[in-house]
Write a protein that binds this ligand. Structure first.
Ligand SMILES: O=C(O)[C@H]1O[C@H](OP(=O)(O)OP(=O)(O)OC[C@H]2O[C@@H](n3ccc(=O)[nH]c3=O)[C@H](O)[C@@H]2O)[C@H](O)[C@@H](O)[C@@H]1O
Length: 431
């Protein structure tokens, strides 16, 4: 006698003939039919959910060109939380380049005084991204959320302005470095020109428009020989593509001020240094090499003249940035249209006392208690300028800017940070 199993599922496919009158088959048929229906419903719901999720992520994530993930309810919650102010009339600031050197310090200072801060950074690999990640986690410890995204992602910027009403934008994201411009010129155009325009487009369309404070550079003075450098001095002889893109930035921001009523403040930073600094800069790479026993290359100008820089300590720069945000005045545009004139300002933020590069090296030697192995070579024609020296009377008057840290003191703080972050043996081969 065939088993029930054999009756219902004969071993030869195709020979299966359902006896609809068999009581077991009637039962099975009902079960099978309802299981099939459930199966198709489940499939339908899965497909529906999947298409909803992919639509959401398409809407939220913007262009696929930028392979970063942003968007979603949780992400927006983090943005709003980070942007919350904790003092009366506090500012709500979008800080671009927040995981950069100046960006990190400015973000922390704003947060500490009760302003809301949202960071934006693309974490590119111009220098060690792990340092940028470490800065990000420092910011996160202080309740500052840094969005991982690119300035050129217009949809992301639009979204940021949709979710948060920013009173100010502190624009510090840039391709920095004077000499690297010969290696990778397009990265300067990408960040300092295209990225700037994308950001200004988002700012001009935002309602209300934020006031914009941004980082220009002392390098715009280029081959100018009149010292100290004043804001009204000529800036039409850039010595590097980097300088040219910063100069272009000053002209571009002017048009956005003129056409759309954006309040603009450009800050010409003079060789900023300090803890959490940029590894590509001379004081940082000299420190690393001196500790590792490697030689350093010291450039010298024509006729054996030492190069000099108006090295400016980060805490002084931060005060200048906050002073600029506080005095910027409102943008006047609405719905992308100007309704009245808005401020357009440019300030030097320097230290007003240039120091030669060999003096910088001897201060480092003292703090590190190690003698440097120096290779002195003539400055190559790669965009460098022989000296910088800021006239800061304008910033002093308008922003209350008053630098207080000399190079000796500032480098001591830098070296202390460097040793605590990397240790004495950073990069030394382990025996
Ligand atoms: O103030 C500015 O506008 C600029 O300051 C710095 O540019 P720079 O002054 O050239 O700073 P470093 O690269 O740290 O160079 C400082 C000095 O050390 C010299 N140097 C640099 C590197 C090196 O190996 N040897 C050397 O002697 C340079 O010629 C220069 O005189 C920053 O790197 C720029 O991003 C910034 O915009």
């Amino acid at each position: 006698m065939p088993s029930l199993q054999d009756e219902l599922f004969p071993s030869t496919p195709g020979k299966f003939k359902i006896d609809r009158n068999h009581p077991m088959n009637r039962h099975f048929h009902r079960c099978f039919a309802s299981t099939t229906t459930m199966f198709f419903w489940a499939l339908f719901f899965i497909a529906l959910t999947a298409s909803y999720l992919s639509f959401q992520s398409f809407v939220d994530s913007g262009s696929r060109y930028f392979s970063v993930s942003w968007g979603g309810i949780q992400w927006e919650k983090q943005l709003r939380h980070s942007a919350q102010t904790h003092r009366p009339n506090g500012l709500s600031v979008l800080v671009t380049g927040a995981a950069g050197f100046v960006g990190t310090h400015v973000s922390l200072a704003l947060k500490k005084r009760g302003d809301g801060v949202v960071g934006l950074d693309n974490f590119n690999s111009y220098y060690d991204p792990s340092l940028k990640k470490a800065r990000k986690s420092l910011l996160s410890d202080h309740g500052i959320f840094v969005v991982d995204g690119d300035l050129n992602d217009a949809r992301l910027l639009e979204k940021l302005f949709d979710v948060v009403v920013f009173s100010h934008v502190m624009h510090l994201a840039a391709q920095a470095g004077v000499r690297y411009a010969m290696e990778n010129p397009n990265s300067y155009v990408h960040s300092n020109i295209a990225g700037l325009v994308t950001l200004l487009e988002a700012c001009k369309s935002a309602n209300p428009q934020p006031a914009v404070v941004w980082a220009s550079s002392s390098s715009v003075y280029g081959l100018n020989e009149k010292v100290p450098f004043s804001e009204s001095d000529r800036t039409d002889q850039p010595a590097s593509l980097y300088a040219a893109t910063k100069k272009a930035g000053e002209e571009i921001t002017h048009t956005y001020n003129h056409i759309y009523g954006l309040s603009i403040t450009g800050l010409r930073f003079f060789t900023v240094y300090g803890p959490w600094g940029r590894p590509d800069m001379a004081y940082f790479s000299f420190t690393r090499n001196i500790l590792q026993g490697k030689p350093i290359t010291v450039f010298r100008g024509k006729n054996r003249v030492d190069l000099a820089r108006d090295f400016t300590y980060i805490d002084d720069i931060v005060k200048g940035c906050l002073g600029s945000l506080d005095t910027s005045g409102k943008s006047t545009g609405s719905g992308g249209k100007k309704t009245g004139p808005a401020a357009y300002r440019i300030f030097n933020l320097g230290n007003t006392s240039p120091v030669t590069v060999p003096t910088l090296v001897s201060i480092l030697e003292r703090h590190l208690k190690v003698k440097a192995k120096k290779n002195v070579v003539e400055m190559p024609g790669n965009g460098d300028v022989p000296f910088t020296h800021a006239n800061i009377s304008s910033a002093r008057k308008e922003l209350g800017y008053k630098p207080t840290t000399d190079l000796q003191t500032g480098l001591k703080k830098f070296v202390r940070w460097y040793l605590s972050y990397y240790g004495y043996n950073h990069g030394k081969p382990v025996n």
